[in-house]
Design a protein around this ligand. Sequence first.
Ligand code: SF4
Ligand code: SF4
Length: 181
Amino acid sequence: MEPINIRLFRKKARQTTRSLRYFLTRTQNSPPKNLDQISEEIDKEVWAETDCLSCANCCKNMSPTFKYPDLKRISAHFNMRIKDFKEKWLYFDKDEDEWMNVRRPCQFLDRKTNMCTIYEIRPEDCAGFPHLVKKSMKEYMHLHRQNIVHCPATYKWVEKLKERILLSKIVVKKIEFGVDK
Ligand code: SF4
Ligand code: SF4
């Protein structure tokens, strides 16, 4: 598996983000019937090609949201009160209505290995990131529109989704016009 070159990724993302975001908006407004199934299939392909330990861009440049169960679990791990944990590491983002990290990179990232030092008890948001498989993928397109510039796995997933949807449209057109006959 090729390590991720984050500098090249950023360059590519800058050049193509607009059209991929446009594609995501169109998919949100007019999703194919089998969107959830395609998403799941593509998800497997993406993770077989993605080496997160060569990246960690999410932990370096984004913040997870900390819900109450996360706060309870993680502060207990450090033998801290939730209040003290919040004071030490977090701030309340009024726009998002969520507790977020003050520091970026995340204080729990080991910057030598790119590994999470609280992996087993990390926030649910981290465990689910980048949310490529969900029950109703249509509802998550807005999230991918944001994450596409930060997460190479999301970027790859969107590229593949675009290819798959275009391909299925071509097949449908060929059947309609009898090209394969
Ligand atoms: S808690 Fe762990 S997985 Fe989550 S952002 Fe921090 S280092 Fe990354
Ligand atoms: S989830 Fe995305 S941003 Fe995070 S390490 Fe993996 S590829 Fe990089």
